[in-house]
Design a protein around this ligand. Structure first.
Ligand code: NDP
Ligand code: GDR
Length: 348
């Protein structure tokens, strides 16, 4: 029998890589998407299959983590073997601006899903759950951080993830649910949202290179992160659900770099002197910052056999090459008189 997976957050960076990965493993993949006034499926359009096609293995369902009854309905209909809970208002800075909504989606949303799973299992059906935890949960706890490091969240987002983490542990212990928390450190890619710092930098630097942009405004350049490649990290999610027992795992590269280093390397790759183009704008500072995150993924290496395959330099190379192509396309369009509107993200 073909395995079925249900993914919340399938339209996000990780959701798209995970869907690809699971389809490659022969799964039938179901994703929950939000109803929006314009399409939000860019990252999975290349995977789309007409649901009328008898060979279709990707199916999308409207739903939202703020809507418990809808989640329940989807679970009943899909009857998945595995659930990956990736849906979230995942931007840390935005969480200071929308704390209540962020906690509703990230914290209560996870609880809603766990409750749905609990009542679903009462009918005798089994399902395994992956919960997308975050290195942000460690917050102010100094590096290196491992599964035994105390949590010290520094944002509404991080506090909500800690709540979701403990609810997941509690459902495992109270109801015997096979549920795993992945504690994933930052992971990036050419599909990363453009308001996260790595992609903001690669998009801007490549546009600057081609004369499409003059400046890049950033916040705290001293923050240090452990940056990996997203496709490596979704494999770890899947591995967690294939074990005999459910457990929690840190997933990280074990290498830490500052935002400044990331900027330097990206601009250097493009033969540009970053100091001529980068300016600090305090609006990008956060009310509370997480200074340094560097993960110790020994447990994942030993128990899951997982290890990252893309280095910091390799990650930068991929992202820069990809965004350079995007910038080249934009330049051609502009040179031929086409209007290419700038995308209007609020200042985060
Ligand atoms: P993204 O922000 O790229 O994607 C988030 C996804 O969640 C999108 O599909 C989004 O839908 C969906 N979503 C947002 N709000 C809701 C809601 N109310 N109900 C249902 N779905 C919703 O995040 P990533 O792919 O980067 O991250 C995946 C998960 O992993 C998140 O939970 C994130 O917090 C966590 N995480 C990410 C890390 C990283 O470095 N990327 C590290 C550690 C944890 P839409 O497209 O419509 O906005
Ligand atoms: P983070 O990612 O907060 O670690 O959360 P982000 O890329 O937003 O910030 C990383 C660091 O860069 C600093 N920074 C800036 N950040 C943004 N977004 N924009 C700027 O202009 C800027 N200038 C400096 C930040 O202050 C911060 O220190 C990500 C998300 O994917 C979470 O969902 C996930 O849980 C964690 O990674 C692990």
């Amino acid at each position: 029998m073909r395995k079925k997976a249900l993914i919340t957050g399938i339209t996000g960076q990780d959701g798209s890589f995970l869907a690809e990965f699971l389809l490659g493993k022969g799964y039938e993949v179901h994703g929950i998407i939000r109803r929006t006034s314009s399409f939000n499926t860019d990252r999975i359009d290349h995977l789309y299959q007409d649901p009328h096609d008898p060979d279709a293995r990707l199916f999308l369902h409207y739903g939202d983590l703020t809507d418990g009854s809808g989640l329940r309905y989807i679970l009943e209909r899909v009857q998945p073997d595995e659930i990956y809970n990736l849906g979230a208002q995942s931007h840390v800075k935005v969480s200071f601006e929308e704390p209540e909504y962020t906690v509703d989606v990230v914290g209560l949303g996870t609880l809603r899903l766990l409750e749905t799973v609990r009542s679903y299992r009462e009918t005798g059906r089994e399902v395994r759950l992956y919960q997308a935890g975050s290195s942000e949960m460690f917050g102010a706890s100094p590096p290196p951080q491992s599964e035994t490091t105390p949590f010290y969240p520094r944002s509404p987002y991080a506090a909500a993830k800690v709540y979701a983490y403990w609810q997941t542990v509690n459902y495992r212990e109270a109801y015997g649910l096979f549920a795993c928390n992945g504690i994933l450190f930052n992971h990036e890619s050419e599909r990363r949202g453009e308001t996260f710092v790595t992609r903001k930098i690669t998009r801007a630097a490549t546009r600057i290179k081609l004369g499409l942009q003059e400046k890049l405004f950033l916040g705290n350049l001293d923050a240090r992160r452990d940056w990996g490649y997203a496709a490596d990290y979704v494999e770890a999610m899947w591995l967690m659900l294939q074990q005999e027992e459910s457990d929690d795992f840190v997933i990280a590269t074990g290498e830490m770099h500052s935002v400044r280093e990331f900027v330097e390397q990206v601009f250097a790759r493009l033969d540009l002197d970053w100091k001529k183009y980068v300016e600090i704008d305090p609006r990008y500072f956060r009310p509370a910052e997480v200074d340094a995150l560097c993960g110790d993924a020994t447990k994942a290496r030993e128990k899951l056999g997982w290890h990252p395959t893309v280095t910091f330099e390799g990650l930068i190379e991929r992202m820069v090459e990809h965004d350079l192509r995007l910038a080249e396309q934009e330049r051609v369009l502009r040179e031929n008189g086409h209007e290419v509107p700038l995308r209007g993200a609020a200042s985060v």
